[in-house]
Design a protein around this ligand. Structure first.
Ligand SMILES: NC(=O)c1ccc[n+]([C@@H]2O[C@H](COP(=O)([O-])OP(=O)(O)OC[C@H]3O[C@@H](n4cnc5c(N)ncnc54)[C@H](OP(=O)(O)O)[C@@H]3O)[C@@H](O)[C@H]2O)c1
Length: 256
């Protein structure tokens, strides 16, 4: 597994499993299968309603907690300090864990001052209930406001795929040493059909999914593709066994 280091010193596996829509027994089976294949990073959120099945699959795997990286997110309706703390504690209870590796503001909410929200995050961190603090769906202006508070924001999880490469946001985050997590890396399947991606798939003799995952990770971003299908889980996990040439990374950069 490739790891990145956040600016607070924590290490994060560059490939994780997105768990949106993985719910119930089928969802739990997919998480358990992912653990068996080797995934050690899981992206969940209060809004996904699947903390319990993710927690159960992890607990039943017998894999040590410290080997696993768990991200969750506080909903934008819960951004007052006390609500952030309650949401964090609820996530721990539901996931049956003592800490989250990364806790994110799921979406910005302009009606709540960011200082108020971040004070809740800082308290969770002081109590060692979360290890790292991040945001999601933040644009450059929202990040600038947030960074003024002096809290170490290490991650911004945003929609990013070959047909939507967020190049301005990516440059700004690089300047601030904020690692991007690319969500919907396949554009929910649409980018797997792009002609440029399929040409590269033929050239390398590797599936389109692996071309996209490698592009994201070689650009030093985290990829969290979702799959509930064993074959796809394996295919996505095995992406890290090979690399794209620089010229092909540049080619994918030019798609959007
Ligand atoms: N922070 C946010 O606001 C936010 C928003 C959206 C998503 N997310 C996170 O990002 C994760 C991923 O995004 P996403 O679920 O929107 O979409 P995605 O990962 O871009 O695409 C998922 C789709 O691709 C299919 N797929 C996966 N691997 C495949 C493969 N190797 N070959 C062919 N098809 C494949 C899946 O079907 P199968 O299940 O059949 O494999 C599913 O239909 C989410 O689960 C969630 O954790 C975060």
């Amino acid at each position: 597994m490739v790891f990145f280091e956040f600016k607070d010193g924590s290490k994060v596996p560059a490939l994780g499993l997105g768990t949106w829509n993985l719910t119930g027994e089928n969802g739990k089976r997919a998480v358990a299968k992912a653990l068996e294949i080797g995934y050690r990073h899981f992206d969940t959120a209060e809004a996904y309603g699947n903390h319990r099945i993710v927690g159960e699959a992890i607990a039943e795997s017998g894999i040590e907690r410290k080997e696993i990286f768990i991200t969750s997110k506080v909903p934008s309706r819960s951004l007052l300090k006390e609500a952030v703390i309650e949401s964090g504690k609820r996530a721990l209870d539901e996931l049956k864990t003592d800490y989250l590796d990364l806790f994110l503001i799921h979406w910005p909410n302009p009606s709540v001052p960011i200082k108020e929200t971040l004070s809740g995050f800082s308290e969770l961190k002081e109590k060692e209930l979360i290890r790292s603090i991040g945001v999601s769906n933040f644009g450059i202006e929202e990040l600038k406001e947030a960074l003024k508070e002096g809290v170490k924001i290490v991650n911004n999880q945003v929609e990013l795929h070959p047909s939507f490469n967020q190049s301005r946001l990516k440059s700004y985050c690089a300047e601030e040493k904020i690692i991007i997590t690319a969500y919907s890396p396949f554009a929910q399947g649409k980018d797997l059909k792009l002609k440029e991606i399929n040409k590269l798939s033929e050239k390398y003799n590797h599936p389109a999914s692996q071309i996209i995952i490698n592009w994201i990770i070689q650009k030093e971003m985290i990829a969290i593709p979702k799959s509930g299908n064993e074959e796809h889980l394996r295919e996505n996990f095995n992406a890290l066994e090979w690399k794209l040439a620089k010229e092909d990374i540049d080619l994918i950069d030019k798609i959007s």
